[in-house]
Ligand binder design. Sequence first.
Ligand code: CTP
Ligand code: MG
Length: 247
Amino acid sequence: ARVVAVLTAAGSGSRLGLGYPKALVAVLGRPLVAHAARQLARTELVERIVVTAPGSHLDEVRSAVADAAISVPWEVVAGGRTRQESVGIGLAALAAACPGAAPDVVLVHDAARPFAPPALVARIVDAVRQGYSAVIPGYAVTDTMKLVAPALDAAGTGPELVAGTADRTSLRAVQTPQGFTWDLLVRAHAAGEERARSEETAATDDASLVEAVGETVWVVEGDVAALKITTPHDLAVAELLAAQVLA
Ligand code: CTP
Ligand code: MG
């Protein structure tokens, strides 16, 4: 089965707040996008990687991926305004790169999860190959989860109201890479694009687009090493863990 990947790296990193794209932030002397590309390539399962980059930093992302010296063919394309748009653009680039024979399996992975281990990538690909056509990594949450309603004061900055408590045993925090049969993800994205035009909504992961077309999504065990770097705190944690998780 032919496996390809979209590696999303077109975000601005506004919550990290460094003033340049998150994918170019270095940990252990290497930009996050380069770590992520290497982790995908290390599996030797992926045949082609399309990286989405901020239009303003195409050259910087290209040289970061080139420095990663991966053995898998790759290209960098300008992403979209939302993650969903970026993945759609990545899928189109993969389709164009594979004329005639469409890929069988597609992974979507975030450069914001630079240390996702090869074993996790392999677990996702294996499950898709076994016939689970949409597979995502997840882990049980440990905090108690509340639903909240907005604060009541005029400024909206006071305490929020608790509207309920979720049943933690049925909640999973989900990660990337997410894996899909090619045809299913392409169909889910086409439907999602249609909705985005009329409703101005964008999905924060690809599985939710598959859910929206009524297809089943399956969860397999995630990995703490696939942590997402969003805030300065996450980056500090990633720096502490990097040497260990890349060993
Ligand atoms: N992403 C993308 N295209 C966008 C927005 C996000 O490819 N228009 C990618 C990011 O580069 C990241 C992943 O989607 O790898 C998850 O997004 P997130 O963690 O939100 O990253 P940023 O959007 O860069 O961060 P922020 O929301 O804090 O600005
Ligand atoms: Mg974002």
